[in-house]
Design a binder for this molecule. Structure first.
Ligand SMILES: Cc1cc2nc3c(=O)[nH]c(=O)nc-3n(C[C@H](O)[C@H](O)[C@H](O)COP(=O)(O)OP(=O)(O)OC[C@H]3O[C@@H](n4cnc5c(N)ncnc54)[C@H](O)[C@@H]3O)c2cc1C
Length: 552
């Protein structure tokens, strides 16, 4: 019997046949992402406990079968569940879905990889907790640990997610287990509270890497502020973006405010509010300018739409913070509206006349903007912002959104840019040029989760069912990435298609990285090529692999 079949037999004996999938629709769907991929997946394994993860890894080593761990595999726009290299067995960790520890006083939670944002939200509600978790714009049924390990970003003061985690439990590629920080010591009281431990800090080795499988992690939660305000601002003239970015930086870097800030361009807002007007556009792409202007006028969409939230310790500080924000932002924007508890209350009474006069459902708006807002950790539901991926589809998004299944096309590009107006403007200009020249709308968001850099997220959104779109979108991605890198705006997160796209480092980083990988994973069984730059031919099947004869 071939080594692959031996491994399958051993996994079946260890975790049960029902948790080892070797054929059917599940494999087909695991091979599907939101862009074209050629990787084949010979099997999916679903261990149900830490011990089973360890045993599965040992089996992978024994038979030298590469495995690719995912938590829930909803890494849409970056490759979904598809491994970087072909012929990896996908290890899904969704059965490890326990919330293991929680402290209201010290504001943390300890979880397994299968725990979703929605599950944690419901858990905290059930406890009557005053704490909340920073959310993403994706579905609430995504994994907190998966998101953290990709160094995903979210809303609120803890939006730089990996900066607010600690005490990782990691199964190494050899099957051994380590804990980060103080968690390695018996009776350590700060294992879930103090990141650095004593000695080298190793958390960072396990984010955006292939050095281990994280089976447990503590994430810090935010206490709900005593005084809370949201604010929205509009910029009609896009040429004023640099001055606005500089003003936002001074709020983030210079002022003692706990504030969340973000921007979306008009194309992003339009894609959230509807679908591509195929008939009106006569089938042409990108969105004709006249139609774009009509939609913007009708829906009152500015060139850039800004969102913010201000978290304060009391109303006096809240009012002072609001004045400061007004002072700094007002000269740079066309519209600035604050919403606080008083406004939210009043809106309930004037909803009906307001609706008759303006057509706007104030109650619904306030639910999203203030009462049950993602800025306070209230998930937007399974769909989240994922409806955006249906922008170019001919049918409306279903309730159970699934961009992989529905052949929605999306590729994300996440350049990190100095938080300076002219730099952000230049990166935006590159993205706009390349998108439009390839027939796509430059769909852009900018998150200010850090004090010195802007996280730009550019989405290339397309319909995978339209002939030629897969190729055109990837060509657009490749050129955009190339131009951004040449301009010095390197991506802070990579998709499976771009793991080899970065230039050679100018120092000895590659040797250091290779030495670590060889030491930790001598049989190269864990997620080959994931953030393992320039190591082997992308997606190529190693002909020495036991799988070479099984999968063409
Ligand atoms: C419209 C839209 C909006 C989005 N908005 C955001 C956003 O605001 N912020 C954001 O960050 N992302 C966003 N995303 C991207 C993505 O959906 C999220 O990042 C999502 O959290 C990733 O999927 P997941 O949680 O299921 O993680 P997974 O897919 O399970 O994990 C991601 C990767 O991490 C590695 N990994 C996962 N778990 C483990 C483990 N336990 N051990 C070792 N390695 C592991 C694997 O390589 C895996 O491929 C968005 C996507 C879309 C389509």
């Amino acid at each position: 019997m071939n080594d692959f079949l031996h491994a399958i037999k051993a996994w079946r004996e260890t975790i049960g046949s029902q948790n080892v999938i070797t054929e059917g629709a599940a494999l087909e769907s695991a091979q599907t992402a939101t862009f074209s991929t050629t990787q084949r997946i010979p099997a999916i394994i679903r261990p149900g406990s830490f011990e089973e993860v360890q045993q599965c890894v040992r089996i992978a080593n024994e038979f030298k079968i590469p495995i690719y761990p995912v938590s829930l595999g909803k890494n849409w726009g970056f490759g979904s569940r598809v491994p970087v290299q072909t012929c990896c067995v996908v290890m899904e960790l969704r059965r490890l879905n326990r919330i293991l520890d929680y402290s209201e006083d010290l504001a943390y939670v300890t979880i397994e990889p299968g725990v979703t944002f929605q599950q944690l939200y419901e858990y905290l509600c059930g406890k009557g907790s005053n704490l909340f978790m920073s959310l993403t714009g994706s579905s609430s049924n995504t994994s907190l640990i998966g998101n953290a390990l990709e160094r995903g970003v979210g809303s609120g003061p803890y939006g730089d997610r990996f900066n607010h985690v600690c005490g990782l439990e990691v199964v190494l590629p050899t099957g051994e287990c380590i804990h980060s920080g103080m968690e390695r010591f018996p009776n350590a009281k700060t294992g879930k509270l103090f990141r650095w431990g004593a000695g080298p800090s190793i958390d960072g080795l396990f984010a955006q890497s292939n050095f281990g499988i994280v089976t447990k992690m503590s994430l810090w939660l935010l206490p709900r502020p005593r005084h809370f305000q949201t604010f929205f601002f509009h910029l009609r003239d896009a040429s004023r973006l640099p001055a606005l970015v500089n003003a936002l930086r001074s709020l983030k870097l210079g002022e003692p405010l706990k504030v969340q800030l973000g921007l979306m361009n008009d194309y992003r807002v339009i894609s959230f509010t509807g679908q591509y007007p195929w008939q009106e556009a006569g089938g042409k792409t990108p969105l004709p300018l006249a139609i774009k202007e009509r939609v913007k006028k009708e829906k009152r969409i500015p060139a850039w739409h800004g969102t913010g939230a201000l978290y304060s310790a009391n109303s006096r500080l809240g009012r002072a913070g609001r004045e400061l924000i007004k002072e700094i932002l007002q000269p740079q924007v066309d519209r600035l509206i604050f919403i606080d508890a008083f406004k939210a209350r009043v809106s309930r009474y004037i909803n009906v006349p307001y609706r008759l006069l303006t057509g706007i459902n104030l109650k619904k708006f306030m639910e999203f903007a203030y009462n049950n807002t993602p800025f306070l950790g209230v998930p937007l539901g399974e769909a989240g912002g994922v409806t955006m991926t249906y922008w170019r589809k001919k049918n409306p998004p279903p309730e159970d959104v699934d961009p992989d299944r529905d052949r929605c096309g999306i590729i994300w590009l996440n350049p990190t840019v100095p938080l300076e107006g002219r730099e952000v403007q230049e990166a935006v200009r590159i993205i706009e040029d390349v998108s439009l020249s390839h027939g796509f709308e430059p769909n852009l968001g900018i998150r200010l989760v850090r004090e010195r850099t802007a996280d730009i997220n550019a989405a290339i959104v397309f319909d995978r069912e339209a002939p030629g779109e897969d190729e055109r979108a990837m060509a657009c991605h490749d050129l955009m990435l190339d131009r951004l890198i040449k301009a010095g705006y390197y991506p802070c997160r990579l998709g499976i298609q771009s793991m080899n796209a970065l230039p050679q480092p100018q120092d000895d980083f590659s040797c250091f990285h290779r030495a670590l990988k060889q030491a930790l994973d001598p049989n190269e069984i864990l997620a080959p090529e994931r953030y393992q730059f320039g190591e082997t031919a992308q997606s190529g099947l190693n002909t020495a692999s036991p799988l070479a004869g099984i999968i063409e």
